[in-house]
Design a protein around this ligand. Structure first.
Ligand code: SF4
Length: 229
């Protein structure tokens, strides 16, 4: 499968924030978010083809229990189930970070980090008419999200840029199995510390009002926005 990068860092977002983790970032995505923070794995996919054995060898080079399979969209990589199975065999804790547009089909996973995309993600047609249409048609699939929720330990993460996004989240939740609010995390949209700092107080107030969980982006605060972190 095509790999954009493999690196050792700390988990920056979600219920496992702060946990040292090896990240395997697959290259390629079935979406094109306008604010994508990893364009080298979506809009302009980069990286070499690697076999499951090669990836495993590299991951096992770090003495680290947690492995995060991320992207791009890792669930479109044909070899991902084999990689997850091999990592489980090696005793690893596996997080899969996915937009939840692809059914899990029994893949091995300890934490499904589901990040459904709201309408704020859709690129304007002027940027790329074909992808704008395809993204909008693909980005939100309640039946697929439900499949993940019913079968896996999960968290639901949303990138929020404006107040109307909250209504969209609530509409989506009404179409899913009951979800505990402590598993719903809202992150401010932004890929630099200054933007995140400016938007965070506003989002914190929304979380306080609605009972959602606020989700910082530690890796951006710590390292800035750059590959390998
Ligand atoms: S789903 Fe993730 S990787 Fe794909 S375009 Fe959106 S933000 Fe980028």
């Amino acid at each position: 499968m095509r790999i954009a990068e493999i690196f050792y860092s700390i988990q920056g977002e979600g219920l496992l924030a702060g946990v040292p983790s090896v990240f395997v970032r697959t290259s390629g995505c079935n979406l094109r978010c306008q604010w994508c923070d990893t364009p080298y794995a979506s809009w302009k996919p980069e990286g070499p083809e690697m076999s499951v054995e090669e990836i495993l060898k590299k991951v096992l080079g770090w003495n680290c229990r947690h492995v995060v399979l991320t992207g791009g969209e890792p669930m479109i990589a044909a070899d991902l189930p084999a990689l997850a199975a091999a990592l489980r065999k090696a005793g690893k804790h596996i997080t899969i970070e996915t937009a939840a547009t692809v059914v899990p089909a029994g893949i091995v996973c300890d934490l499904a980090s589901l990040s459904p995309k709201l309408s704020n993600s859709t690129p304007p047609p002027e940027r790329d008419p074909a992808w704008s249409k395809r993204h909008e048609a693909t980005r939100l699939q309640p039946a697929v999200i439900s499949e993940w929720i019913r079968n896996y330990n999960y968290q639901l993460k949303f990138v929020v840029s404006a107040e109307p996004d909250i209504k969209e989240i609530q509409n989506l939740l009404s179409r899913l199995p009951p979800v505990s609010f402590h598993q719903i995390l809202l992150m401010p949209e932004g890929i630099d510390a200054k933007t995140l700092a400016a938007r965070s107080p506003w989002l914190v107030e929304i979380c306080k009002r609605k009972g959602f969980r606020f989700c910082p982006r530690l890796h951006i605060d710590q390292f800035g926005h750059q590959p390998g972190t």
